[in-house]
Design a protein around this ligand. Structure first.
Ligand code: J9Q
Length: 247
């Protein structure tokens, strides 16, 4: 899968992508990421990418023409039509389901905004507008990295253990169960006995119950859409019953 990322700060993208699982996938050629410096698509001496807003007001707006030229260049290389994703607080919420859907595409272009945003005419060339959450950032570079990371995990060969991607508990709509490793005791803190018992049926049930009670405690909203089996629905009733009147 190929990503083209259009930004005025290529270093913000390049350094993080060189590390870890994504870095290895790029080195192996499983992923191809091309970072495009928006200033390379200006045609004036000073490589200006922004301008004052029509109608006045604070801040600067990203000029449309360098973005149009950048998208023309990507289109010439990758072929039309492009999937162009604009990172913006006005976008639809980016979710795990969106990540999986986008991983089915051969190429994705990520546009990173800055300042007060893009000239609105850029939206003519945009196929999707995505937000990673309701907070104010200085630009779309970190959101673009978030989207790339979540999408790339679904590309075959990126994550070593294919099974872990599909079985990831968040993909099932629940929070993870707690994990432990050696030693069995540290500073008087013990690993739960069941995990040392070797009883795999018990361990599986304990993990289910922990994932359910954590989700109920911390993110009850997730339970509305979670895909639960009959055993999990029964456990959830028990957990709710045991908690009754305690909160
Ligand atoms: C470009 N705050 O915020 C949340 N999702 C995307 C964004 C964002 C921002 C500023 C610029 C994207």
């Amino acid at each position: 899968m190929t990503f083209d990322i259009v930004t005025i700060f290529p270093a913000m993208i390049e350094q993080p992508l060189a590390a870890g699982i994504i870095g290895r996938a790029i080195a192996r050629g499983t992923l191809d990421v091309k970072v495009r410096d928006l200033r390379d698509f200006t045609i004036d001496r000073h490589r200006v990418v922004d301008d004052v807003p029509y109608g006045g007001g604070p801040g600067m707006v990203l000029k449309p023409d360098p973005i149009f030229r950048a998208l023309d260049a990507v289109e010439a290389e990758r072929g039309a039509p492009l999937t162009v994703i604009m990172m913006s607080p006005q976008g639809r919420p980016f979710t795990q389901a969106e990540a999986q859907r986008l991983s089915g595409l051969a190429h994705v272009v990520l546009l990173c905004g800055r300042y007060e945003g893009f000239d609105d005419r850029v939206r003519e060339r945009v196929t999707e507008e995505l937000s990673i959450g309701d907070y104010v950032l200085t630009g779309g570079e970190l959101p673009a990295l978030v989207v790339l990371d979540a999408v790339a995990r679904f590309v075959p060969g990126v994550v070593g253990d294919e099974q872990s991607v599909v079985e990831d508990s968040f993909s099932r709509g629940l929070l993870d169960f707690p994990q432990f490793t050696r030693p069995p005791e540290i500073a008087d803190l013990r690993v739960p006995d069941v995990l040392l018992s070797g009883n795999h049926a018990e361990i599986r049930r304990w993990r289910k119950r922990e994932a359910l009670s954590r989700t109920l405690e911390r993110r009850p909203d997730l339970l509305d859409d979670a895909r639960l089996d009959e055993e999990e629905r029964q456990m959830l009733r028990e957990i709710k019953g045991a908690r009754h009147g305690r909160d």
